[in-house]
Design a protein around this ligand. Sequence first.
Ligand code: SAH
Ligand code: SF4
Length: 372
Amino acid sequence: MTLPLAKFEEPRDQVNFYGLSRSALAALLDERVGMSRYRADQLFQWVYQKEVRDPEKMTNIKASDRERLQQLFFFPELGFQTRQISKDGTRKYLFSVSEDHQVESVMIKQPTRMTLCVSSQVGCALGCKFCRTGTMGLIRHLRADEILFQVLSVIEDARNFGDMFTNMVFMGMGEPLHNYDAVTGAIRILTDDFGLALSQRKITVSTVGLVPAIRRFLEEQIPANLAISLNATTNEIRSQIMPINRKHPIEELLGVLRDAKLAPRKRFTIEYVMLGGLNDTPEDLKRLSQLLRNLPCKINLIPYNDNAGLGYETPPSERVHQWQNELNSHGMTATIRWSKGQDIDAACGQLVTQSTKQKKSARLAMIDSVTP
Ligand code: SAH
Ligand code: SF4
């Protein structure tokens, strides 16, 4: 289905409301409008909870202040460029971020819940070999307002289907911890009691394993769960399929997780993309249990999504189930994440939009410059 073009609006003289944290908003109100800081709480409630995005309608604010708010802020009109609906009910939304580039969000329908998967970058610098987004290279980071825009637009559209997401994951295009400030800024707005007030237990950031950024994320107690894409049990294979492993090998990655002081009942998610014949051997299974022993985590087994078309094999489903059973019998919690929305190219590793393909060497150079 194609709807009229909707896109993120370019920054202009006015301030885009959606990128502002409540404290940044309070400072701005104080400085530019001379309004008390507590007005930021009210504004957040109007915009995110009552969904009133026209200052004229904010009735508990006096007329002269409403006028100044109108001059100071703009609220990009929510919407998307296209929406596709899969046979399995999964919906994929395409958003324009500029003339040439788009990002995608996916609403994944599961029996008991609905997960919203959002993008954090246009493309990705990390170049994992099994991931189509990785073939794009990094085009640019999204801003916090652009991340919020995806969420707000999907919420609005979900009403047409009578549903709403129950969980949200940063597993769309891009490496969220490479775009740390925008992603954590968006999370703070999403979980703010005066904002969307989403539960921090319902938000997950998935990372390729940028160790210094993981450390910072944990130290700063960003209100979200962390999922780590481990995807191999030896440095040899991991470096082969995930170039970042040459910089931050497995021991260092799991080390930072082991050192973390997690809140009670909190666990990491360890993601493991199973690539048939490459990282799913019986030895891998043994090593995986050993590597994760005593780590507070659950494991997500993700059979390689062959639609990515990058030459790897999807493991037979018996093997995936065998891995799950074996891990569970060692006292771990392993779940299988079968691809959803494959018919509309919405599944893991398939997200790629029109853009200039970058040369491999340029991509690797970028990995070296990834600074958390
Ligand atoms: N950059 C982040 C989040 C986006 S990728 C990360 O790498 O974690 C989200 C998940 O999709 C990751 O666990 C990644 O390993 C997985 N993935 C990528 N390509 C895939 C493919 N072709 N099949 C299955 N999973 C894939
Ligand atoms: Fe980037 Fe994640 Fe894809 Fe790797 S798997 S290329 S980090 S999006």
